[in-house]
Design a protein around this ligand. Structure first.
Ligand code: KQY
Length: 363
């Protein structure tokens, strides 16, 4: 397939909202024992549940290494397409392509440079060269032409769009030392506009407390529909998250989107703090260069890290005390979609959640 040397904006392409129709969903199979406990077996079970849930609504493809191919095929439902894709870990939201679309319905991929959330500055593992090839391989499998952004690092989890010209992101991530330190904020804005076909960027300050991605936006906010967003929230003033969410709320209340609209903001309460147990910490192989999982560390748990499928919302179950309330809010926000909760602690233990392990391919 062609590697294009123009940009999506020049060619009339834009990133659709996640709520627009999908061709299907991509997932990568987890296996690395220095990120997933007990040789990734519990995580694999959780990923299968996510794949099953999404499969109710749209086709699912799972990319898997040669080592794990037979196991993935045996574990996943027969309706899932399983293809061999080498990778360094299983976060296709971040290393996969961001698909863009034009008015004629043609789909292309944006293949961002990937450096494992901060490269040698504060990246989460080394090396990441196989992850960096994933977007290109997916575009080849799907026969989609693509744009490559060599020299510009970005992960899909650090952006959300309304599909109508507005992009949401965080300064904590996009201005971090480990991403694009050679560029200033204006240059980064211009690059986002060029590759995503958006006209306005709304910058939040910080993401979820203790998020190892340097505050990915997809863990603190999601776009419900143009003009409506959902923000992760806590009323507990003693929680370090309070100040972060309150600062973002003020920014969002004062903002207008690319179409000049004020935003409707739905507050999504956090679960109670989720901490790594001794047993969970002990199940992870300690390797120098990979972020350790320490007993007592607070995980970046948030209900806004869900996947919008065709006709469905697949969301993380995180806390018996708050899951029901989260589901009610999702039902109200997405009246035409069926909500499916999946137990997500094992995904969270790896550092992300359901949105981070999925990537939609627009129709
Ligand atoms: O949250 C994400 N988008 C990815 C998290 C990566 C964690 C790697 N250990």
């Amino acid at each position: 397939m062609k590697l294009l040397n123009t940009t999506p904006r020049k060619d009339g392409f834009r990133m659709p909202g996640e709520f627009e129709p999908h061709e299907g969903c991509w997932i990568l199979w987890p296996e690395r024992p220095d990120n997933w406990r007990l040789g990734a077996k519990p995580a694999q079970t959780a990923f299968v549940k996510v794949a099953e849930a999404i499969l109710q609504f749209e086709p699912v493809t799972v990319g898997v290494s040669a080592r794990q191919y037979d196991n993935a095929v045996a574990s996943l439902p027969a309706g899932v397409r399983v293809v061999e894709i080498s990778n360094d870990d299983s976060w296709v939201r971040d290393c996969g392509p961001t698909f863009v679309k034009n008015d004629a319905g043609v789909i292309r991929g944006v293949d961002w440079e990937f450096n494992a959330w901060g490269g040698l500055v504060d990246g989460l593992y080394f090396p990441w060269n196989q992850d960096d090839l994933v977007a290109h391989k997916i575009c080849e499998i799907e026969r989609k032409d693509s744009y490559r952004t060599d020299g510009f690092v970005l992960e899909g989890g650090s952006i959300h769009t309304d599909g109508e010209g507005t992009l949401f992101t965080t300064e904590e991530c996009l201005l971090s030392e480990g991403r694009n330190p050679h560029m200033n904020k204006e240059e980064i804005e211009e690059t986002l506009k060029e590759y995503l076909g958006v006209q306005k960027i709304i910058w939040l300050k910080r993401g979820i407390y203790n998020d190892e991605t340097n505050g990915h936006v997809d863990n603190i906010l999601c776009v419900v529909k143009p003009g409506t967003i959902m923000l992760a929230w806590t009323d507990d003033k003693n929680d370090p998250q309070y100040e972060i969410s309150a600062e973002n709320l003020k920014l969002l209340e004062d903002a207008t989107d690319a179409n000049g609209r004020k935003l409707e903001i739905i507050k999504m309460p956090l679960p109670r703090p989720v901490l790594i147990t001794k047993e969970e910490s002990g199940g992870v192989d300690a390797i120098e260069g990979t972020l350790p999982r320490m007993e007592g560390d607070r995980l970046a748990a948030s209900y806004v890290n869900f996947y919008i499928a065709n006709g469905g919302i697949v969301f993380p179950l995180l806390d018996d005390a708050t899951d029901k309330q989260a589901e009610e809010l999702l039902k109200k926000a997405f009246p035409g979609r069926k909500t499916v909760g999946v137990s997500a602690r094992e995904i969270l233990l790896g550092g992300g959640n359901i949105h981070c392990i999925t990537q939609q391919q627009p129709k």
